[in-house]
Design a protein around this ligand. Structure first.
Ligand SMILES: [Zn+2]
Length: 141
């Protein structure tokens, strides 16, 4: 399950580091979910509205997903079912790209590419319990 938290709160609550994905472009610019800093700055300056940012950021995420689906799949695997994964950010208040990222990931989780990926993983993990077929005796007579 994906959660959203500020990095300050995550530090205060002592959340296990491997359960946190800091997606702030200030803290972690290389993260697959981090938007360019100047987009957030333009947003803060009111140069474009939230809905414009939202569309632009989702397009960016779609493009990154096409380029490296595995980076998205690993985030989905890390937040399957009850497994908690916290998306954190530098910001404390107001709209945050975290909510768009979480929405994008949850949509992706239900779609075919990830479902196929999961099915392939599950198939790899299955123990080999297929019973051996009895060997057919071939008669040469
Ligand atoms: Zn933020």
């Amino acid at each position: 399950m994906l959660h959203q938290i500020s990095q300050t709160q995550a530090d205060r609550e002592g959340i296990v580091p491997n359960q946190i994905q800091n997606i702030s472009p200030y803290h972690n610019p290389g993260h697959v979910l981090a938007p360019p800093r100047h987009w957030l700055e333009s947003l803060l300056r009111g140069e474009f509205p939230w809905n414009f940012f939202r569309l632009r950021y989702k397009n960016l995420l779609r493009r990154r997903f096409r380029e490296t689906p595995s980076r998205f799949f690993s985030l989905l695997e890390a937040s399957e079912n009850d497994k908690p994964l916290f998306l954190s950010c530098h910001c404390l208040a107001g709209n945050c790209h975290r909510e768009i990222a979480a929405e994008f990931l949850e949509t992706l989780r239900r779609q075919a590419p990830y479902q196929r990926h999961r099915a392939a993983l599950a198939a790899q993990r299955l123990p080999d319990v297929v019973p051996m077929r009895p060997v057919q005796m071939v008669s040469n007579g």
